[in-house]
Structures are given as C-alpha cells and as structure tokens.
Design a binder for this molecule. Structure first.
Ligand code: AHR
Length: 501
C-alpha cells in the first residue's frame, strides 16, 4: 500500500470558499431547458411547467448560481424574443446548435425557476451579434424599478419588482472561431469595456465577467487574456475560464491526471491578470470565474448525426462513467486549492446536456458525477486550509501527478472536512494527517464513492449502480487521522470539532 501524508496548520488559511464556486449552467441547448427543467406536458411539472422531480435533485446539489442562457447560444440571443405573452414569442433559428428555439421558456420564466430551486442568476449578454444597446436595454428591463421604457415593459409583462441580477457575463467564448460574431482580442476587449461601462451606468452594483480563452489549447491563449484585460480591466471583476476533459485514448490513469493541466491553467490565468494589474499600476485584482468545466466527450460522435433545425433534440447527452466522477472530484479539489482566485465556477451543465442530472418522460436520475458535486457543494463550505501533501506520484501527459488529491476545509459549523481522491488504479493508499492542534475531534461522517468497474454508469433502469456508501477505514487516534483510501475512490471525511468528552 502506498502512503500519503497531509501537513496543515489551522492558522494557515488560504481563503474563504466563495459559495459561487459550486455554480452550474443552464443553456438553451439540447434537452437542458426543454424536457430538462421545463416540460409543461410532464406529469412531474407544476403549473408553470417546471419539473418538480428535477427541481428536487437540483436542491440536493445546493447550487448557489446558475449561468444562463448560454454558452454558444447567447451569441445569437435576442432577449426581447424571450419575454412577453408566450403566444406572441417568435420561433427563431439558433446558429450555435443549428436548431429552432421556440422561446416558450424565457428570461422571466428562468427568474421564477431560480427562486424555486434556491439559486441566483448569472446572466450572459450577447456580444456576438449584439452589443452595447441591447445590453443596456436588458439591464434596464431586469434591474430598474420602473418609469422607463424597458423597466415598464417588464412590469407590463407581469413582473412588478426588478429581478436585480447582480452577476453578468460579457459574452461567451468570443475567442472561438465557431462563435457567432467571433472577435479578435482587441475587438472584444473594447466592446466588453464599453458594454460593461454602459451596464454599470444603469446599475453600479453589478459584477461583470470578461471572456477568457475557451480552453488552454486555444492558439491565442495568453495573448487573448492580456489584450482583453488591457482594454476592459476597469470595467470587469472576473475573467472566465472554460475547460472540458475526456478519456479519448482509453488510458484511464493518464485521464485521471487531467486536473494537473487545470491547475496549471488556473495559475497561468491568475499570473496574466496580475501582470496586467502591474502594468496598469492598478490596486484592483481580477479574479477567476471558471464558468464552464466538466467532462465532455462521450456524446461527440452521436452529436455529428443530428439533423439541423429540429426543436431541442438530444445533444451533448454524455452518459458518465464512474471514472468521470473521480475526475470531477479532482477538478473540484483543484479549484478549491485556488480558492483565493477562483471565486465562481459553473459545472457545465445542469440537466441532460453534459449534466449530473438526466431525465426521460418517466423519470429523473443522478449520473455518477452528481455525487462528488453534491458532497463537495454541501460540505465544502467554510475556508480552505493551506496544506502540503507528501506521497507517491506518477508521470502523465500533463506532467507529474500525485496519486492522491486532497483538500481540507474548516467551517464555522465546527466541522473539519477532507475531500480525498485516490486515482491509483492498482493500489490502496494510507492517508494520514496530524490533527493534534485541534482540541477534541470526532469522526462524524465517512462517505466513499467507489466501483470496481471504471466504466460503470447510472441509467434510468439502474439509477443506483454507482452511489456513495459509508466508509469503514477511518480512525482518529491521539489526534492522528488515518484513513485507507481504496484504489480508484473518492472519499469525504467530516470531523466534528470541539466535541465535549
Ligand atoms: O457547454 C457546452 C458549450 O461549450 C457551450 O455552449 C460553449 O460555451 C462551450 O464551447
């Protein structure tokens, strides 16, 4: 058995966890909105058409923000088409996904739905086909009380109080040649600056996110962030990051090391933000919104066969393997290690489209990746402790990877929580941590997500094939925590502090 030791000091706090790091994403894409969160004809729907079985699962995930309405979709989005009486809304073609958008679920329905699932909106504007004027009108519609054309239009649409949307994405993946209205870094940086400025003039309390690179492998990565921020630094608060991984060559050990690349990507983006800060002699720090991250590759081949111009066909319906859940856990741990810079993150996406939740007409169920998301989102709140990990590592195509990924989070509810992944496909790993600094601790919960088959999946017929079980291998003796992490497993360990003897 290999061994891993974590060294930490309760006084060495990296950063508070911004709960928005546990966000998600709903795009008008495939069956995410239609048949996912909204299906008026379903027996599971309420009077507004919102699926209640899906809403119940989303609440279990405890999702603090949801990015909307895209994604690539937003670049051709005409928000005006999505409001007002449903029978007057036009069905329009969407060039991003080559489908027809009925607009039967729109901005005001989305806002109602966010309240139902206890989340907050992260709204994106189109800087692909549209610009400053549409952005200004949209925020007037959503955030002003009344007395002006667009705020009164909202009231006429039956929404008396402003939506008061606080977080705004200035476009989506504008560096990508596939994007409708794709721009150079100079073109986009200037537009983001002017759109952000106009929006803040309407509502100075908002926060804005500029588009960073669509992935680490974009040829313009680095220069893009530098140029964009050089233009719009004063008008934005965050720069976005997007990254998806996939086990394309069947080398699972190497695939599970993908979060090493994510770690480097975050460090590099933070460094560029700080370089621009220095060049501008600015006191302001730009933080990171990792607003698209996940595994995405299982559905790629299937999606090539979809005929254009239907309404909400099944697209990007990845059925996740057990190994994908391990990588998702490692990706979340990686982002938490950067909690001082990554303040927002959105698992892409929430339902049916590369999602933790799947639906059919007869059920909603949890994919394998639901579980690490659920556990870390619910129990990974508080502040991240600095930690050093000593243990075996291996060579991967992303660089040296440690077999164990680990993070410790402490919170005011008197818990010290560890999230641990043993990505070793051959060996168990004995994890230890000296916790004698803490007065009286007790192991409260130990949950393990493990499956002997890396390719095991959950389906409608077998929804409980991959589920967490109680762990039995943790012990705390004289302040020393010891837990045996079986091979290929994700574990959550919660220790209660200040237990009276
Ligand atoms: O999440 C799916 C797509 O991935 C999004 O629409 C786009 O922003 C990214 O390329």
């Amino acid at each position: 058995m290999k061994k891993t030791t974590m060294y930490l000091d309760k006084h060495f706090i990296l950063a508070p966890v911004d709960e928005r790091i546990y966000g998600s994403f709903v795009e008008h894409l495939g069956r995410c909105v239609y048949e996912g969160i909204y299906q008026p004809e379903s027996p599971f729907a309420d009077e507004q058409g919102f699926r209640q079985d899906v809403a119940a699962l989303i609440k279990q995930l405890n999702v603090p923000i949801v990015r909307y309405p895209g994604g690539n979709f937003v670049s051709g989005y005409k928000w005006e088409d999505s409001v007002g009486p449903k029978e007057q809304r036009p069905a329009k073609i969407d060039l991003a996904w080559r489908v027809i958008e009925s607009n039967q679920f729109g901005l005001n329905e989305f806002m109602d739905w966010t309240k139902q699932v206890n989340t907050a909106p992260m709204m994106a504007i189109s800087l692909g086909t549209r610009g400053i004027e549409a952005a200004k009108n949209l925020i007037e519609y959503t955030n002003l009380k009344g007395g002006s054309y667009y705020s009164d239009l909202r009231r006429a649409h039956g929404v008396a109080d402003p939506h008061d949307i606080k977080l705004w994405c200035l476009g989506n993946e504008m560096d990508g040649p596939w994007q409708e209205g794709h721009k150079t870094a100079d073109e986009y940086g200037r537009l983001a600056e002017e759109a952000g400025k106009a929006m803040r003039l309407v509502d100075p309390t908002i926060e804005t996110v500029a588009c960073g690179s669509s992935s680490l492998t974009m040829p313009t990565f680095g220069m893009w962030e530098d140029t964009v921020l050089s233009h719009c630094y004063d008008q934005v608060d965050y720069i976005s990051m997007h990254q998806y991984y996939g086990n394309r060559n069947g080398d699972s050990q190497d695939y599970l090391a993908s979060n090493v690349a994510m770690d480097q990507f975050i460090s590099q983006v933070a460094a560029i933000c700080d370089a621009v800060k220095a060049k501008r002699r600015s006191k302001k720090t730009i933080n990171i919104s990792f607003d698209e991250w996940n595994v995405w590759y299982h559905s790629n081949e299937q999606d090539q066969k979809i005929e254009p111009w239907s309404q909400h066909p099944p697209q990007l319906e990845d059925v996740y393997h057990f190994e994908d859940a391990l990588l998702v856990a490692s990706m979340m741990i990686t982002m938490l290690h950067h909690a001082d810079r990554v303040k927002i993150a959105c698992m892409a996406q929430l339902v049916n489209v590369i999602a933790p939740i799947m639906t059919s007409d007869t059920a909603a169920w949890k994919q394998t990746i639901f579980y690490p998301y659920e556990m870390i989102s619910n129990y990974g709140r508080g502040h991240v402790l600095h930690s050093i990990l000593r243990g075996a590592d291996f060579d991967s195509s992303h660089g040296k990877a440690s077999y164990v990924d680990a993070i410790a989070i402490e919170n005011e509810d008197d818990y010290l929580t560890f999230f641990l992944v043993n990505k070793d496909l051959q060996d168990a790993n004995e994890f230890t941590c000296d916790l004698r600094q803490y007065d009286s601790l007790q192991i409260a919960t130990h949950q393990v997500l493990h499956h002997p088959d890396l390719h095991a999946v959950n389906t409608e017929a077998t929804p409980n094939n991959v589920v967490p079980v109680n762990g039995k291998t943790a012990e705390l003796n004289d302040g020393i925590l010891r837990v045996v992490l079986e091979k290929q497993s994700f574990q959550m360990l919660r220790l209660k502090k200040n237990v009276s003897k």
